[in-house]
Design a protein around this ligand. Structure first.
Ligand SMILES: [Zn+2]
Length: 456
């Protein structure tokens, strides 16, 4: 007699990027932090330099909040998006967060505090927005943001004055009276280029050929909703946004750089919402799949990685076939169930009663999407993790992404493959020396993902 086989179908499926031929690992720590935030990591993987926590697009010479230091020319970094533009290629960003949030801002901003997304946030820190411009203003008016062909995500509130309610009733947050959505359009008019601003899925889907040269899509006042909570009729999916961006940027015969972020995976983890985090990861995978369909492996490099890890753990000894979102098949020492997916810290803490853990499986909202898994250490927000994160690569020079290396090496590898930027290039005769990948270290669990696409 053979034992009954578990339902192994879910274990046989792969995320889109798991089919990529090369896997590597990066170390994500910041200059002044064992465990990273997304601003120092975005600076690492988009500008190629490790930075201080909370700073974007600036070298380690700039401490957080030090706007004066941020104006020193030597401290201001250029991103791989700028390297692409400098070479006559296109560039764009797609995210499910506010487009001014730390990770996408790494592609265009130079700012001493990631929270300076609008002028009012700078004033709150007793600094002068006339001396250091906010992230939304940099995106609209400064290079390279003002040359991005596609900007798709959320965050209208950072672009609008407090006196204005946006199309869906969210109030603007700017106290300088400026409407940067109008200013973005005025800038394109002044440059005599075609453009379109959209704020909902219908408008995006109804854009017809020929596509505008420049596209700004801001679909929410704040971040885009979680996919499981969104109305798919009115909210674009990450895959749809990615497809639109690729179609738009592909018109440049010299190629393009595109940054795509599934940014709400991180937010779900911060709230210990494991199911939402996994579902957002599936959305990210769908976006990668769409990109891989649209782009040839022969001429397009796709790199998928994460800003940093989180402190979710996959634990216990449940048999295969057990619901990954359910409890483990065994119990703790007091006989109380525990979840297969739980967290080291975060808001999901339940007080112990007489030294015994709470039985979370009896809670009235157990397993609803807003239900938090349990944690050891009570914190308002779950923290990031310090483990290395995975890198998946497909396309020209993909094998360079194998090994264990610093996160700041990523854009240099991409630039080498695409023959852009200040370093060595795969297509120049002078490039005789490949960067040598190191030994693979222990595997890790990383689930905040980005795609970078370089088309040459
Ligand atoms: Zn985070």
């Amino acid at each position: 007699m053979y034992p009954e086989l578990p339902d192994i179908e879910p274990y046989e499926s792969q995320l889109a990027f798991e089919t990529f031929p090369t896997v590597g690992l990066t170390k994500t720590y910041c200059i002044n932090g064992q465990i990273a935030d997304s601003s120092c990591t975005a600076t690492a993987y988009l500008c190629g330099v490790k930075a201080n926590r909370g700073t974007i697009g600036l070298s380690g010479a700039v401490p957080r909040y030090d706007w004066a230091a941020s104006l020193q020319e030597a401290a201001r970094l250029s991103s791989i998006a700028a390297w692409a533009l400098d070479d006559g290629r296109g560039a764009g960003i797609v995210t499910t967060t506010r487009v001014t949030h730390a990770s996408p801002a790494g592609a265009f901003a130079k700012v001493a505090n990631r929270h300076w997304e609008n002028n009012a946030e700078i004033l709150k820190d007793n600094q002068d927005p006339n001396l250091c411009s906010d992230i939304a203003q940099q995106l609209v008016h400064s290079y390279p943001g003002n040359r991005f062909k596609v900007i798709l995500g959320g965050g209208r509130r950072e672009f609008l004055p407090i006196s204005i309610l946006d199309e869906e009733g969210t109030a603007g947050r700017r106290t300088d009276g400026r409407n940067l959505i109008e200013e973005w359009q005025a800038d394109k008019r002044a440059r005599n280029v075609t453009y379109n601003y959209v704020w909902n899925r219908n408008q995006l889907m109804n854009i017809i050929e020929p596509l505008p040269e420049y596209l700004l899509g801001l679909f929410e006042g704040d971040h885009l909703p979680y996919h499981l909570e969104a109305d798919s009729a009115t909210e674009p999916s990450l895959a749809e946004l990615t497809e639109f961006a690729i179609r738009s940027l592909s018109r440049n015969e010299k190629g393009f750089f595109l940054f795509v972020e599934g940014g709400r995976i991180d937010h779900a983890h911060h709230d210990n919402l494991a199911e939402l985090a996994l579902d957002e990861t599936l959305e990210m995978s769908a976006a990668v799949a769409r990109a891989a369909e649209l782009l040839s492996e022969d001429d397009s490099l796709i790199v998928v990685t994460a800003d940093h890890a989180h402190v979710m753990t996959l634990n216990g000894y449940s048999p295969r076939g057990t619901d990954i979102l359910g409890p483990s098949n065994d119990r703790d020492e007091a006989g109380v169930p525990y979840m297969t997916l739980s967290y080291s810290n975060g808001p999901g803490f339940r007080p112990h009663i007489n030294g015994t853990r709470a039985d979370v499986t009896t809670e009235p909202n157990y397993r609803r999407v807003e239900w938090m898994s349990h944690v050891d250490v009570p914190l308002e927000s779950e923290t990031h993790g310090g483990e290395d994160v995975a890198v998946f690569a497909r396309g020209p020079q993909h094998a360079m992404f194998a090994g264990l290396y610093e996160q700041s090496q990523l854009p240099h590898l991409m630039a080498y493959a695409a023959c852009i930027g200040p370093g060595l290039h795969a297509c120049s005769a002078a490039a005789t020396q490949l960067l040598t990948p190191a030994l693979l270290a222990a595997t890790t669990y990383s689930i905040l993902l980005k795609i970078y696409i370089l088309f040459e």
